[in-house]
Design a protein around this ligand. Structure first.
Ligand code: GLU
Length: 424
């Protein structure tokens, strides 16, 4: 599948790094984290900024800002996607890199956290321009990336094609084929079966675990999904297979509502025939905010950061929020949601299925032995279920929300490695 995440929906101006830190601070306090560990974990280990000159189709050279941030590499090589979007900025990449550290730790895979981004509008660029940009970015990051050092993957605005160019450019410079330098590759280049569906699948698995704890029967429960890129569309499709009725979906073109339930397979087929958007899809039109505040059982924000904020959190009616996107709830909405008794499966747990299968892809590349889709899915589902249970148990133990519990579990793990390894 070569479908790419759509361009971002509009967002309010909140600093995602501050959002991440506010949760980190609460969890660090609950855990009684010592000052030394706190000081190390609060800042990224490495920040690389580059300017990338690219010859555009009109013959002119355009210069793009590129970033790669390694937040922490205590548990293993840093891991995390590359985002192509006009909203990319250093604070966002720093937050996303830290979220990757916590995400990998919460599901127990041997990686640290990193993230990259290029400030560009991929939708307005030709395939040739995107290829030249991706190759230029790879060359600039040649000493940062590496199968044992820092392993990129797709994120918003990038997909298997960009990963293939990255792998090719990196391999050319090294002089041999290095599939393990990047994950989310096309299958023929060493991608893993199940990787495309992995994030949405993890959303479905953790949503099921949460519903079981809350005594909600998935059959007949209603659901709204914000965002119809890889994560949103596949989450919707898989939740529908569990008996949930998906009454609303949305993308850059706005929201689509049908009280009888939307046929998600049809919506995906429509999007794929329609240049990647739902424009013209047959359903009642609703606004982005109407979708978020619908009276549904489950809400899946799977678009981008800061969609549920102090401004709209009071109007949210869902019983359960499962965060397919990274950082969709701003820090100042947490308390409002908690006060209303709305349960949240936080991003660093809910969307960790993607990086879990990225880990399986990297393992397969290094083994040179490829698994069946059934094996990938079985292991990923088990990982996600175990992670949910660990977070649930920590929430009981520390008497905190599932979000803070997820931070507690992961910060504890990363801080513990530091105790054994020391700092240099
Ligand atoms: N970009 C995805 C995320 O935010 C996947 C990262 C990866 O597979 O390394 O989790």
């Amino acid at each position: 599948m070569t479908y790419k995440e759509p361009a971002p929906l509009s967002k309010t101006h909140l600093n995602p790094f501050e959002s991440m830190m506010s949760r980190f601070d609460i969890a660090a306090k609950a855990l009684g984290l010592d000052d030394s560990s706190y000081n190390v974990l609060k800042s990224p280990a490495k920040v690389v900024m580059v300017n990338l000159p690219v010859v555009m189709d009109n013959g002119k050279v355009q210069v793009f800002e590129g970033y790669r941030v390694v937040h922490n590499a205590n548990l293993g090589p840093s891991k995390g996607g590359i985002r192509y979007s006009m909203d990319v900025n250093l604070d966002e990449v720093k937050a996303l890199a830290a979220w990757m550290t916590w995400k990998c730790a919460v599901v127990g895979i041997p990686y640290g956290g990193g993230k990259g981004g290029v400030k560009c509008d991929p939708r307005s660029m030709s395939k040739g321009e995107l290829e030249r940009l991706t190759r230029a970015y790879t060359v600039s990051m040649i000493d940062v990336f590496g199968p044992e050092k820092d392993i990129p993957a797709p994120d918003m605005g990038t997909g298997p094609q960009e990963m293939a160019w990255l792998m090719d450019e990196y391999s050319k410079i090294k002089g041999y084929s290095c599939p393990a330098v990047v994950t989310g590759k096309p299958l023929v280049l060493g991608g893993s079966l199940g990787r495309v569906e992995a994030t949405g699948r993890g959303v479905m698995v953790t949503a099921r675990s949460a519903m079981a704890k809350m005594g909600i029967n998935p059959v007949g429960a209603t659901c709204a999904v914000q965002g119809f890129g890889n994560v949103g569309s596949i989450s919707a499709k898989l939740l529908a297979t569990q008996g949930l009725k998906i009454v609303a979906i949305s993308d850059v073109t706005g929201g689509y509502y049908n009280a009888e339930g939307i046929n998600i397979e049809e919506a995906i087929a429509y999007r794929d025939r329609n240049q990647g958007t739902l424009e013209g899809f047959k359903a009642d039109r609703i606004s982005n905010n109407e979708l978020l505040t619908l009276d549904v059982t489950v809400l899946v924000p799977a678009a981008m950061e800061d969609q549920i904020t102090a401004e709209n959190a009071n109007d949210i009616k869902a019983k359960l929020i499962v965060e397919g996107a990274n950082g969709p709830t701003s820090w100042n909405a947490d308390e409002i949601l908690n006060g209303k008794g709305i349960m949240v499966v936080p991003d660093i747990l809910a969307n960790a299925g993607g990086v879990t299968v990225s880990y399986f892809e990297w393992v397969q590349n290094r083994l040179g032995y490829y698994w069946t889709e059934e094996r990938v899915n079985r292991r990923a589902d088990r990982t996600m279920k175990m992670a949910f249970e660990a977070v649930y148990a920590a929430a009981q133990k520390y008497n905190v929300s599932w979000r803070i519990a997820a931070y507690v579990v992961s910060i504890d793990k990363v801080a513990n490695t530091q105790k054994f390894r020391g700092v240099f």
